[in-house]
Design a binder for this molecule. Structure first.
Ligand code: NAD
Length: 146
């Protein structure tokens, strides 16, 4: 299920889950726009995306700063073309510490890896998910945290 000819934007993609998802979407065939505060990390992610043979533009921007964020999206659109896929990965950091602890004892019997999220993102961005609308997909190794 190829994303050839499409463009995906991944926020919070300088590291961790965002980076894994950006690389996975590049492997699926998409060109990639990267947005994050961390310019150094963005350089590493861009190198990993380009190693997959895809075009990549990375912009260091604070996602909470409206005007620069809009300018960044406009710049991505100008350089990469129509932006079909948005993976808004940054922004829910307040729960990450307890989740990491629970992941280690999850029913899957192993710690969650960034690539576990990337598999799900790859599916949801794919043509195979074109009939999936408004679904909540739990990717948590078998344990639900409240
Ligand atoms: N790691 C986990 O166990 C886990 C579990 C559930 C949900 N999540 C969520 O998934 C997302 C990614 O998790 P992660 O572990 O890769 O996090 P991370 O902290 O490693 O990466 C988050 C990225 O977002 C960037 N970022 C944060 N605020 C930003 C801002 N205002 N503007 C631009 N960039 C900003 C950071 O620079 C960083 O590169 C987060 O929203 C997190 O809350 C993580």
């Amino acid at each position: 299920m190829s994303l050839e000819g499409q463009v995906a934007v991944v926020t919070g993609s300088a590291t961790g889950i965002g980076r894994a998802c950006a690389v996975r979407l590049a492997q699926d065939g998409a060109d990639i726009g990267l947005l994050d505060l961390n310019a150094e990390g963005l350089d590493e992610t861009r190198a990993a995306v380009e190693a997959e043979g895809r075009r990549c533009e990375a912009i260091a921007v604070d996602l909470t700063d409206r005007a620069p964020l809009f300018a960044a999206f406009e710049s991505l659109r100008a350089s990469l073309g129509f932006l079909e896929i948005l993976h808004n990965n940054a922004g829910g950091a307040f729960q990450s510490a307890p989740l990491m602890i629970d992941y280690s004892s999850a029913k899957a019997g192993r710690v969650g890896e960034p690539e576990d999220i990337a598999h799900a993102v790859s599916f949801l961005a794919s043509p195979g998910a074109s009939y999936v609308t408004g679904e909540h997909l739990l990717v948590a190794g078998g344990r639900t945290i409240h």
